[in-house]
Write a protein that binds this ligand. Sequence first.
Ligand SMILES: Cc1cc2nc3c(=O)[nH]c(=O)nc-3n(C[C@H](O)[C@H](O)[C@H](O)COP(=O)(O)O)c2cc1C
Length: 192
Amino acid sequence: MSESTHYLVYTSRITPKASFQTNTFTDILAKSNHNNNMANISGFLFFKKGKFLQYIEGNHQAIISLYEKLEQDKRHKALKIIVSGTRPAPIFGQWAMHCIDLGNSESGVFSELVEDFAPYQWGAGEALQLISDMQRYYHQHHPASEMFAPKPVPYWQMLGRAIAKRHRVFLLLEGLIVLLLMLSYMAWKLRG
Ligand SMILES: Cc1cc2nc3c(=O)[nH]c(=O)nc-3n(C[C@H](O)[C@H](O)[C@H](O)COP(=O)(O)O)c2cc1C
């Protein structure tokens, strides 16, 4: 078996009971983050107008087991796989599960596709387009260079810091000279 990453995009509808329970989303979020971290699964989950759209990626067996669990979950129904396939490596590795409530955010930030959220009408083309739009969004928000390398300090700031440092040394020296002068003046006065 190859070590490639398996991915899958599906859509589903929230069940009436789950939509009335206030903890549905926090529970899904907590469970997904915990389990996916353990199973090396990453992805994103959209929710809008009673519909979920989820992208999951990871080891083939892990994705199959998760999908089997998802099918048993009574919080949603009518699961429909839109596209699935393999890729050489995960593309959302830093997102154990990035959950986005599209009803409460500016959808356009993620992808024009999710503005008019109709995933049951989507084919593989729309799903693949969304994945590539999300990849762009992911790189803007998790650029590797920003995460692993400190930002360089601008030259003028370094100059400012150097001057300020020298200034402190001068101030200390000035203070010492004044103190010495005062002490010698006092010693001269006491003698006289
Ligand atoms: C829309 C939706 C998305 C979910 N996404 C995930 C997920 O990414 N990972 C996960 O482990 N469980 C997810 N769940 C929960 C699973 O269906 C299932 O309840 C959970 O994996 C059970 O975990 P457990 O075997 O540790 O109890 C999701 C549930 C729903 C309704």
